[in-house]
Design a protein around this ligand. Structure first.
Ligand SMILES: Nc1ncnc2c1ncn2[C@@H]1O[C@H](COP(=O)(O)OP(=O)(O)O)[C@@H](O)[C@H]1O
Ligand SMILES: CC(=O)N[C@@H](CCC(=O)OP(=O)(O)O)C(=O)O
Length: 253
């Protein structure tokens, strides 16, 4: 079985991928690793929603999604963000396939809390065999949309989706690629973060907004068997490396 690396690309990051990103993907492929990209698109969804006169509301980094916002989310993720990422990878000579849940029920799930968030879900099950088959010879670029057993589409936070998928694929590494070089505290990147330290930064309101679901998702992935999680703006360096328990040698304590 090939080693799997899951990379989540945030909506900001996907608009400005540096050449080093594609070079690193090539290196990993040459080393025999299979790669799945789970993409976001939050800023793009907000922009299109506003342009269409829809309200934009997030609670703890999760978008409150009514029927109209879900329609915009599907259109923007599958019609704008995903094709742009696939095109960029292809231009850099990488074999790529754009994916969404409708291909053999790749991501099935259920509502997170319908009364609070509306049409928002969490991934419960992935079609692991189909994904592994697709990833054997190409890089998959998968949208964070799940479907219920009844075929309803659900909007899933891309960090949370990537973490669940990484865990179910038993990925060695989950990279959360974003627009900041890592988790920042007092203006500096925290090089290593365990759960206790993360909790402290939550309580002090240092970890806020979009960083909240990212950190929660990262620890979910670690607790479910993913070896390493990085939060970074450059896949060639780990940024913040997350750990389940304290690292004795860590200066961050
Ligand atoms: N402690 C923190 N360190 C770094 N970024 C933080 C922190 N707390 C909140 N953030 C915010 O989280 C953002 C990244 O989350 P988000 O905007 O959802 O990115 P993405 O689209 O890549 O998922 C950063 O741009 C920053 O504004
Ligand atoms: C439920 C929920 O919050 N879904 C996200 C899905 C996209 C996403 O997560 O994009 P980023 O990674 O770029 O933020 C949203 O609608 O914004």
């Amino acid at each position: 079985m090939k080693e799997t690396i899951v990379i989540k690309i945030g909506g900001h990051a996907s608009d400005q991928l540096p050449v080093s990103f594609y070079q690193q993907l090539k290196k990993w492929r040459e080393a025999g690793k299979q790669i799945l990209i789970v993409h976001g698109g939050g800023p793009q969804i907000s922009e299109w929603s506003s342009a269409l006169g829809l309200s934009v509301e997030k609670k703890d980094g999760i978008r409150v999604t009514d029927e109209q916002t879900l329609a915009v989310t599907k259109a923007v993720l599958l019609g704008v963000v995903q094709p742009n990422i696939c095109q960029a990878l292809a231009h850099h000579g990488l074999p790529v396939i754009g994916l969404n849940t409708s291909d053999n029920d790749l991501l099935t799930g259920d509502y997170l809390d319908e009364t609070v968030y509306g049409e928002v879900g969490q991934v419960q099950h992935i079609n692991q065999d189909r994904l592994n088959e697709l990833l054997a010879d190409q890089i998959g670029v998968l949208a964070p949309l799940a479907e219920t057993a009844d075929g309803e589409w659900l909007n899933v936070n891309a960090d949370v989706a990537a973490a669940t998928i990484a865990a179910q694929l038993t990925a060695s590494t989950l990279v959360l690629l974003t627009d900041v070089p890592g988790v920042l505290a007092a203006g500096k990147v925290v090089p290593q973060l365990d759960e206790a330290h993360a909790h402290e930064l939550f309580v002090k309101n240092i970890i806020k907004s979009g960083m909240q679901p990212k950190i929660k998702a990262a620890f979910e992935a670690l607790n479910q068997g993913v070896d390493k999680v990085w939060i970074t703006d450059n896949i060639a360096r780990p940024g913040t490396l997350l750990h389940e328990s304290p690292i004795m040698e860590s200066k961050e304590g």
